[in-house]
Design a protein around this ligand. Structure first.
Ligand code: SAM
Ligand code: SF4
Length: 332
């Protein structure tokens, strides 16, 4: 049987992390992720329930997965989120549970989620400019996100990070203001390179603001950045601290410096598909297996997905084929 054997793929990478998308729906419409109208969502009847996600996580833990993150779509629009968090933090072997959110509903739900046992939140905020914020997610919700950050920090969440997606020609000023905000608030801002996962096909390599260029912009505007040695060599973000000691920033450079060689994560979509990569074009459907009480079949399917994992994505090659799902339906 597969239990007790590390979840190791053909390239020697041991898998310990699972990102779980709880819904593909969202209450805003970031232009680089979803179209303003017309998105076809997965039928509600096909979405995993709390019981089903808990069951998959219990099997995953027996296989050695230890760190879990809930995402979407927007996880805070999913009413069962607090119940799920409570169930997952109570599982022996779940060492870490985090949430990735756009923060719009955070002020309303931060207490409920804290009470359920959540301690780690990544909040998506691309700009400190209220007008620009209105243009990016096509909603006027900047104040709500700021209130969410405030509420979460007052509640004592152990880790609150900001995720900012950067686009060349548009985000150069935003990244400076965000880094300044991070320095004042003590929250780390992590800048994400634009990836070819938008549902409208807007991506091209000319629009990628690379981590190297972002470092140069921040150094020019604020001051020298010093690389921080990685505490977890397999973490996707490269970290730097400002030389004056005030704050750190991170960069997720999936396009210009892919970290596939260190990848240790799997992804589960809200409709029960297991994926070995954000950019994978194939998926393992766990839903049919959930109809039977046989957990071993789920374990075999997870193992099979890891065994099938490719060496890495090919964003930078002419052979690249974008996955059929956009980021919002995979779980970013
Ligand atoms: N709704 C939540 C949020 O916005 O944080 C969770 C899901 S969202 C898909 C997760 C992250 O993916 C966000 O930080 C967002 O900026 C990022 N994202 C969405 N589309 C992207 C793209 N095409 N390239 C890079 N990052 C993207
Ligand atoms: Fe929604 Fe997150 Fe996509 Fe923005 S990035 S549209 S918040 S899922």
């Amino acid at each position: 049987m597969v239990y007790g054997t590390p979840l190791i793929d053909a390239f020697g990478r041991v898998h310990t992390k699972l990102r779980i998308s709880v819904t593909d729906r969202c209450n805003i419409r970031c232009y680089y992720c979803m179209p303003e109208t017309g998105t076809i969502f997965a039928p509600r009847a096909g979405l995993l329930s709390v019981d089903e996600i808990e069951r998959i996580v219990r099997v995953a833990v027996r296989l050695g997965l230890r760190k879990f993150r809930l995402t979407g779509g927007e996880p805070l629009v999913w009413k069962d989120l607090g119940v799920l968090i409570k169930r997952l933090v109570d599982i022996d072997g779940v060492e870490s549970l985090g949430l990735t959110t756009n923060g719009v509903l955070l002020a309303d739900r931060a207490q409920e989620l804290y009470d359920a046992g959540l301690r780690r939140i990544n909040v998506h905020l691309d700009t400190m400019d209220r007008d620009a914020y209105r243009r990016i997610p096509r909603r006027d919700a900047f104040e709500k996100v700021m209130q969410g950050l405030q509420t979460a920090s007052e509640l004592g969440y152990e880790s609150i990070k900001i995720n900012a997606m950067a686009v060349k020609g548009q985000s150069e000023d935003d990244i400076v203001a965000l880094a300044r905000f991070g320095r004042q608030s003590g929250m780390q801002v992590r800048f994400i390179e634009f990836m070819p996962l938008d549902s409208q096909g807007l991506w091209n390599s000319e629009k990628v603001l690379s981590a190297d260029v972002m470092v140069a912009i921040l150094e020019r505007a604020i001051g020298p950045l010093v690389p921080v040695p990685a505490t977890d060599e397999r973490a996707p973000a490269t970290e730097f601290r400002f030389a004056d000691g005030a704050g750190t920033v991170g960069f997720i450079s999936s396009v210009t410096k892919p970290f596939c060689g260190n990848c240790n994560r799997l992804r589960l979509t809200s409709d029960g598909k297991l994926r070995y990569c954000l950019f994978a074009v194939e998926e393992t459907d766990l839903r049919p297996l959930l109809q039977s009480p046989d957990d071993d079949a789920i374990a075999e399917a997870i193992f099979g997905c890891v065994r099938a994992k490719w060496r890495g994505h090919s964003i930078n090659s002419t052979q690249f084929v974008a996955p059929p799902r956009p980021m919002s339906a995979i779980g970013g």
